[in-house]
Design a protein around this ligand. Structure first.
Ligand code: HEM
Length: 314
C-alpha cells in the first residue's frame, strides 16, 4: 500500500528567534477586499522569498493564521474541526478578553529589519482590503527571560515532540499539517511586580528565578502556580503546547508586556489552560500572574499547511 504523505506544516515548530512581530488584520467588507486578501495570502511564500534572498545569512519565517469569521469567505471550505472564535473567559477577578482578528502574521527573524521590510511589502500588497488591528514587535530579553524576569519557554518540547504537540494529524484529515494558534497581548504592572519578594514571585510562576528550577506543585485545594495551572493532564497523559512568547516594550510610555502565542494540535488544550488561569483551579483561585498582567487582546486562528495557503488562489 502506498504511503500517504502528510502536508508540510508552516514554520510552527521552530526554535525561539531574536525578534518577532505579531501582525493582526481584519478583512474589510466586500467581494473586492476578499479577492485581494485571498490573493495576497496565497502569495505569502513569494513575499517571504523576496525578503529571504536579500539577507540569506539571517533566519526569517512567516506563519499565516486565518480566523473563524473569514474562514468560509476566504477559503470556500468547511472550517477545521475545532476552529471557533476566541470566547471571552470571565473569572471572579480577571477577564480574558476577545478581540477582533481575521488574519495573523507571526513573523520571526534574527533581525527586526527583515520583519519591517516584509510587513511594509505585505501591507502595500493588501492595500485597502484589510485593516491592521494590532502590530507588536517583540525582542529577546536576557537569558530568554520575559519582562517579569523569569526564563520563559523552558517546558516547550522540541523536534518530533514539538510536531506531535502542535500539528493536526489523522483526527482531521482535511487539515492535517495545520495548527491551532491563540494569541493574547498582556501588559504588566512592573512596579507592583518588582515590589514583590523574589520568593513570592517564584511561588506565582512555580520556578526559581535565578536558576529556573521547578518548585513542587501545591496540593489539590491550594493556590497553584502558573506552571501547574497550565499543565493539562488526563487519562491520555499530559497535553503540551508550543509557546513562542515575546517581551515587548515602549519604555517612554511605561508599556511593558508579554505577547503570548501558543500553537496546539488541539484547541481545547489552550482553552483549558486559559480557563484554569482565569477562573481558577479550584475557583476562585486564579493564576496570580494575572494580578500583575492584564490581557488586552485575545484571538484564535488556524495556521493551515503550506500547500493549503498556496492553493487558495486556484
Ligand atoms: C510556563 C510566563 C501566559 C502556558 C511558563 C513559565 C513562565 C511563563 C515564566 C515557566 C517556564 C516555562 O516552562 O516556560 C508567562 C507569562 C505569561 C504567560 C509572562 C503572560 C503574562 C501563558 C498563557 C498560557 C501559558 C496565556 C496558556 C494559555 C504555559 C505553559 C507553561 C508555562 C503550558 C509550561 C507548564 C509546564 O511546566 O508544563 N509561563 N506565561 N502561559 N506557561 Fe506561561
Amino acid at each position: 500500500m502506498s504511503q500517504v504523505e502528510s502536508p508540510q506544516p508552516q514554520d510552527v515548530a521552530k526554535p525561539l528567534s531574536q525578534s518577532a512581530a505579531f501582525l493582526v488584520l481584519t478583512i474589510n467588507d466586500g467581494e473586492d477586499a476578499t479577492r485581494t486578501a485571498r490573493s495576497v495570502v496565497a502569495s505569502t511564500d513569494d513575499l517571504v522569498k523576496n525578503v529571504r534572498i536579500r539577507s540569506a545569512e539571517n533566519f526569517f519565517s512567516c506563519n499565516v493564521g486565518i480566523g473563524h469569521r473569514v474562514w468560509d469567505r476566504l477559503t470556500g471550505k468547511p472550517a477545521p474541526k475545532e476552529l471557533k472564535p476566541f470566547a471571552e473567559i470571565k473569572g471572579a477577578k480577571h477577564t480574558a478578553v476577545a478581540t477582533p482578528g481575521d488574519l495573523l502574521f507571526h513573523l520571526r527573524a534574527d533581525n527586526l529589519g527583515l520583519i519591517v521590510e516584509f510587513e511594509r511589502m505585505l501591507l502595500e500588497a493588501f492595500g485597502t482590503s484589510v485593516s491592521a488591528v494590532d502590530d507588536v514587535a517583540g525582542f529577546r530579553y536576557f537569558d530568554t527571560r520575559d519582562l517579569l524576569e523569569f526564563v520563559d519557554g523552558t517546558a516547550n518540547a522540541s523536534g518530533p515532540d514539538a510536531e506531535h504537540d502542535t500539528i493536526v494529524g489523522a483526527e482531521d484529515p482535511a487539515y492535517a499539517g495545520g495548527s491551532y494558534v491563540v494569541t493574547q497581548k498582556y501588559l504588566h504592572d512592573l512596579g507592583d511586580w518588582r515590589s514583590q519578594s523574589t520568593e513570592a514571585q517564584e511561588a506565582i510562576i512555580g520556578r526559581t528565578k535565578f536558576d529556573n528550577v521547578e518548585l513542587p506543585d501545591a496540593g489539590d485545594d491550594q493556590q497553584k502556580a502558573h506552571k501547574t495551572l497550565c499543565t493539562i493532564e488526563d487519562e491520555d497523559g499530559e497535553h503540551d503546547i508550543l509557546r513562542d512568547n515575546m517581551p515587548f516594550a515602549i519604555p517612554g510610555k511605561g508599556e511593558y508586556g508579554t505577547y503570548f502565542i501558543g500553537y496546539s494540535r488541539h484547541l481545547w488544550v489552550i482553552e483549558k489552560m486559559l480557563e484554569r488561569m482565569f477562573v481558577g483551579a479550584p475557583p476562585p483561585l486564579h493564576d496570580r500572574i494575572l494580578d500583575f498582567s492584564t490581557a488586552v487582546t485575545g484571538s484564535t486562528f488556524f495556521v493551515p499547511s503550506r500547500q493549503f495557503i498556496t492553493d487558495l488562489e486556484t
